[in-house]
Design a protein around this ligand. Structure first.
Ligand SMILES: *Cc1c(COP(=O)(O)O)cnc(C)c1O
Length: 384
């Protein structure tokens, strides 16, 4: 059960605020590490899920690599102590400056998403006389069965090199002594709850692995990306993601060649459960058809519900159970109708000042916050 005991001691709890439960974060990641180590797998943390300095510090200390999607994230990862040779860099729109940053740091691999990008990386590597390790991102056309905004592995998505371009990519790499072929990269989407998606991914990866093998091209690393989902309904009961089942699927269905390294890029499943957004009720409005609870937090603090109708469990921390449960539309103060955290949520009767927790907000929460409406800066609390 979520409590704010050790924060309540503070004179005045300031809201809206993110609370991060660091012991839970450590526990969750230990489970991920133990399960992955059973099979010798390596995990890169997808920094875009949460780049709070305290979170990065904890994750770096536990020995994970980093998965970055911008030059700024690469710089941050390096400053946060992640080893440069354990950083991978994905993204369809890497700028020249970002490519230079990655070259300068000599990161583990560029996850390359197009022929043109590969050419540009090759040019910069030649100019700077710095080698670049290349993993080709292949779009495996596997349906992640998740929200269409977070599906990335279908032919219609913008991600990855097209299969008919692979020969051309290998040629470019061969012709440029500064380009080293490091392996293949896949990432089919996020918040994937149907684990059979990963089985289908394995089968596609096996085919591609064979394709390269038949051409006599050595593939040192297979990077399977991330996407493991978390249970937003059962914030406490299932705070640890399904790492055991997840890695077991790859062990069962993936057919790596000898000496091939297997890498993953996990974001959400590592950090989602440790974060909650705290907010107070500003006003109760009893409409003709609905009751509204208007919070001091909104889409500017947590965008996921407005952006992709994501579900977050909403709790009242002052009173958990009541004989008198009331249905509320829980909304934020922002001037947008999409600024709604939940419709028809059953809660004990709320009043002005009621303290609320919006749970499982540790991933894609703080990082997507904005100053829209010139909102005040967020406050952060940590459970040590
Ligand atoms: C966002 C992203 C991830 C992490 O995805 P999660 O669903 O948070 O695990 C991994 N790899 C790439 C390339 C990404 O863009």
């Amino acid at each position: 059960m979520f409590t704010i005991e050790n924060i309540k001691a503070l004179e005045k709890l300031s809201t809206p605020a993110y609370v991060y439960d660091l012991p839970l974060l450590r526990k969750n990641i230990s489970v991920a590490l133990n399960e992955s180590k059973k099979y010798g797998y390596k995990i890169h943390y997808a920094i875009k899920a949460n780049n709070n300095p305290r979170i990065l510090e904890e994750i770096q200390k536990l020995g994970l690599g980093a998965d970055c999607v911008s030059g700024q994230e690469i710089d941050l990862a390096v400053r946060s102590g992640f080893k440069t040779n354990e950083i991978v860099f994905a993204g369809v729109g890497k700028t020249d400056k970002e490519i230079q940053t990655a070259l300068k740091h000599q990161i583990f691999a560029f996850n390359v998403e197009s022929v043109q990008e590969l050419e540009v990386i090759g040019e910069w590597a030649l100019v700077l006389k710095l080698p670049a390790s290349i993993a080709l991102r292949i779009n495996p056309n596997v349906d992640a069965k998740t929200h269409h905004y977070i599906t990335t592995g279908l032919d219609e998505n913008k991600f990855g090199v097209l299969s008919h371009e692979l020969d051309r990519c290998l040629e470019i790499i061969k012709e440029n002594e500064y380009l080293n072929f490091k392996g293949l990269h896949f990432h089919v989407g996020s918040q994937i709850m149907d684990l059979s998606v990963f089985r289908r991914l394995c089968l596609k990866v096996n085919e591609w692995n064979e394709w390269f093998y038949e051409r006599g091209v050595e593939v040192p690393v297979l990077n399977l990306g991330g996407g493991l989902g978390v249970n937003y309904e059962k914030a406490d009961e299932e705070a640890i993601a399904e790492f055991e089942a997840f890695f077991a699927i790859f062990n069962q269905f993936l057919e790596p060649k000898e000496h091939q390294e297997i890498h993953f890029e996990l974001g959400r499943s590592l950090v989602a459960s440790c974060g909650s957004l705290l907010s107070r009720v500003l006003y109760i409005k009893n409409g003709l058809k609905k009751n509204f609870a208007i919070l001091d937090a909104g889409m500017t603090e947590l965008l996921r519900p407005a952006l992709y109708q994501a579900f977050h469990k909403i709790e009242c921390l002052d009173e958990r159970e009541s004989d008198n449960m009331v249905s509320y539309d829980v909304v934020g103060p922002i001037c947008e109708s999409s600024d709604c955290f939940g419709k028809e949520v059953l809660l004990p009767e709320l009043k002005r000042g009621s303290l609320m927790a919006i749970r499982t907000a540790g991933a894609y929460g703080e990082v997507m916050s904005s100053r829209y409406n010139l909102r005040e800066e967020l406050t952060f609390y940590f459970k040590e």
